[in-house]
Design a binder for this molecule. Structure first.
Ligand code: SF4
Ligand code: SF4
Length: 387
């Protein structure tokens, strides 16, 4: 399909938000080099499901040259926010920023569905969410299947060890929202690995969801409230480590000027010379989330860490674009999310691996929903194989 032609200059009545969107969209030279990298374009083979098509729609609506339509908004809804297009773009289009702005405008003219609002309200209350997840774990199969929801069973909680007194100030861990109950073994594993390298960790009280889900749904004010909560919770910390590649960018933006945020794998790799690992007994598969490849870019650190495990039999799953999780996309668009997941699960089944490693909580929950092979954070695997 040919590229859409460049619309005429912006209308003079634009709001500042619309003018900002036009300025971001105007960086696009419509070369189409991002199209082969876009998972939704690969699936649908439609310009409207491509980065270039979405940018053209956002611009046309922002300039007033096109009235928002249900079809156009649906194509925007389908965007996974994976930002593979941004990583591939030679013109420096800040697609992630453009998408968040467009979704905010979209939410102003088209109120969020009640289910999305309910999910965002729950994500904004991680302690309540964790209690509900653990209640569901305790009730298990006694719950009617319709009440169990799409999540796999939560792991047993693992307490974080107290930091041993030492010369280095402890670093803070970010717990997140749904990751709070599901990632407790990964946080404890990270604490164990860092302790072996002489580094303590703390889990500051009062922290909350990073706000990525709210921002991607267009709830900019909800995302701003969560950012303020985290700024207060992490004030005074020397550094914050993030285990979820899908949360890190939003968290880092929220804490800019307060404290630096670093991927836990990058931080661990820096001190990994002090660590020794033993040989695993089984084959392991590795999934690299799109946020890890295109946004956080901690895939090199993860590969370097895994290369330290002697005799590791590792199979890297193919880069199929996106697993389909994409925050709330897996709940809002379950059929599309499952279709994007299928090639990865087929590759996993064919690999002969006994477990799958993935560094993003959303991807792990989504992938675990389609396989009986255990799915863990790479940090858990590494801690289990500490010599
Ligand atoms: S963010 Fe991902 S799904 Fe959305 S347009 Fe870019 S590459 Fe496609
Ligand atoms: S690669 Fe960049 S400039 Fe080219 S179409 Fe995609 S977003 Fe536009």
């Amino acid at each position: 399909m040919p590229a859409p032609s460049r619309p005429a200059p912006s209308a003079p009545t634009q709001t500042p938000a619309a003018a900002g969107l036009v300025a971001l969209a105007d960086r696009c030279v419509q070369c189409g080099l991002c199209l082969p990298h876009c998972p939704t374009y690969q699936t649908d083979r439609s310009e409207a499901e491509s980065p270039r098509g979405r940018i053209a729609y956002i611009r046309a609506v922002a300039t007033g040259q096109l009235a928002p339509s249900a079809a156009g908004d649906t194509h925007l809804d389908h965007c996974l926010g994976c930002r593979r297009c941004e990583a591939a773009c030679p013109a420096g289009v800040r697609y992630g920023e453009l998408l968040l702005g467009a979704r905010t405008e979209q939410a102003r003219r088209r109120p969020l569905p009640a289910r999305t609002r309910a999910i965002l309200a729950l994500l904004a209350r991680p302690r309540l969410l964790a209690r509900l997840v653990m209640l569901r774990r305790r009730l298990g199969r006694a719950l009617p299947s319709a009440w169990r929801g799409p999540l796999p069973p939560a792991p047993a909680p693992v307490a974080l060890p107290r930091p041993a007194p030492g010369p280095a100030a402890p670093v803070a861990l970010f717990a997140g929202c749904i990751a709070r109950p599901f990632e407790s073994p990964a946080r404890a594993a990270l604490a164990r690995l860092l302790a072996a390298a002489g580094q303590g960790v703390v889990l500051p009280e009062g922290q909350g969801c990073c706000g990525a889900a709210a921002a991607h749904a267009g709830d900019a004010s909800g995302a701003a409230r969560l950012a303020a909560t985290n700024r207060a919770a992490f004030a005074g910390q020397t550094k914050v480590l993030c285990l979820a590649t899908g949360c890190q960018d939003t968290l880092a933006r929220s804490l800019a000027g307060v404290t630096p945020v670093e991927d836990a794998l990058v931080a661990l790799e820096r001190v990994a010379g002090a660590l020794r690992f033993r040989t695993p007994l089984h084959r392991v598969a590795l999934h690299l989330p799109c946020t890890q490849r295109s946004v956080v870019r901690s895939d090199a650190a993860l590969r370097a860490l895994l290369a330290r495990v002697p005799g590791l039999d590792l199979v890297e799953l193919p880069d199929t674009g996106c697993c389909g999780a994409a925050g709330l996309h897996q709940l809002a668009e379950p059929a599309r999310a499952a279709a994007l997941r299928t090639p990865l699960l087929d590759a996993l089944a064919a690999s002969g691996a006994k477990e799958l490693l993935s560094a993003n909580i959303g991807c792990r929950l989504h992938l675990a929903g389609g396989t009986t092979i255990p799915v863990r954070h790479p940090i858990e695997f590494l801690a289990e194989h500490l010599a």
